[in-house]
Design a protein around this ligand. Structure first.
Ligand code: NAD
Length: 266
């Protein structure tokens, strides 16, 4: 029996999907085979560097290629249906699509409980961003307040970013800021509150994916910043996840535990 891992990428014509297809093809020597590329756009177009064409039916691609892992970078409306199809066929899923509502995350968890397939949902596959979230947990336990500024390219649909939400959840579990007496003269000036932590979203051309977490304590601040300056930053984490998901039973939230860092609880 071959121990190579057969991979299907969904959202393969998108900005992330194209880079992921290339990263999987480049990992040929590492044991990955790109067997399918699915998208609702550019159907019939070739995946650069391969003989594969973009298909629009995930169901058909799963049936024909019997993959081990599905990688989903589509959008919040498409992701649950894709994960349902994968998990019903016993295919593990690595999901990077963000903006997934909490109820839909519960449905993904449910699939892994009812069926024999594993799912990882990680809002950020950049290793530096995962480390940033991990160290925020410790910092939060000794600081009084924290605010998050996330900055992304202007094509990003969802706000705040999945990374900001996950970071706020981690901080909010460890730091409960007292309410401030403040007047918001313009609605939104103080950002959105996620677990009580203010989150400010910036969208500009020229940006990729960036986040600053500013902690405050009397007489001092501590700022942690992570920058993804190119989509290649996400590839090592995605390839690691594709190779590891087969041995990660059930539903995983975030890449922390895959890197040997302590696990995030939801
Ligand atoms: P994009 O718009 O460039 O690509 C999305 C692709 O999905 C498009 O080609 C679109 O046609 C396709 N698509 C939409 N619905 C589909 C469906 N039902 N079936 C198949 N394909 C479908 O977006 P992007 O910049 O590549 O980002 C994709 C997602 O990944 C977003 O949610 C983004 O926030 C997220 N993202 C996550 C990380 C991470 O590390 N987790 C990093 C970057 C981006």
């Amino acid at each position: 029996m071959s121990n190579r891992i057969k991979v299907v990428v969904v959202g393969a014509a998108g900005r992330m999907g194209k880079t992921i297809c290339q990263a999987v093809l480049d990992d040929d020597g590492g044991g990955l085979d790109l067997v399918g590329a699915v998208d609702t756009a550019d159907v019939g177009g070739k995946v650069p560097g391969s003989e594969l064409s973009l298909e629009d039916s995930l169901e058909k691609v799963i049936e024909e290629t019997i993959p081990d892992v599905l990688v989903d970078f589509t959008n919040a409306d498409a992701v649950v249906k894709n994960a349902d199809l994968a998990s019903a066929a016993g295919v593990d899923a690595v999901i990077g699509t963000t903006g997934i509502p909490a109820g839909d995350l519960d449905r993904l968890k449910g699939y892994t409980e009812q069926r024999k397939s594993n799912i990882l949902y990680a809002p950020n596959f950049a290793i530096g961003a995962v480390v940033m979230m991990n160290i925020c947990r410790n910092i939060a336990s000794v600081f009084d307040r924290a605010e998050i500024i996330e900055l992304h390219h202007d094509q990003k649909i969802d706000a705040p970013s999945g990374t900001a939400v996950m970071t706020a959840e981690i901080i909010g579990d460890n730091l409960k800021p007292d309410p401030l007496e403040e007047v918001e003269k313009y609605k939104g000036a103080r950002g959105a509150r996620v677990k009580g932590i203010p989150v400010h979203s910036v969208r500009l051309p020229g940006l990729v994916a960036h986040q600053e977490v500013i902690f405050g304590l009397i007489g001092q601040t501590l700022t942690i910043r992570h920058d993804s300056i190119d989509r290649s930053s996400f590839m090592p984490g995605i390839i690691l996840a594709v190779k590891a998901i087969g041995s990660r039973a059930g539903f995983s939230y975030g890449l922390e535990s895959f890197l040997g860092l302590s696990k995030v609880t939801t």
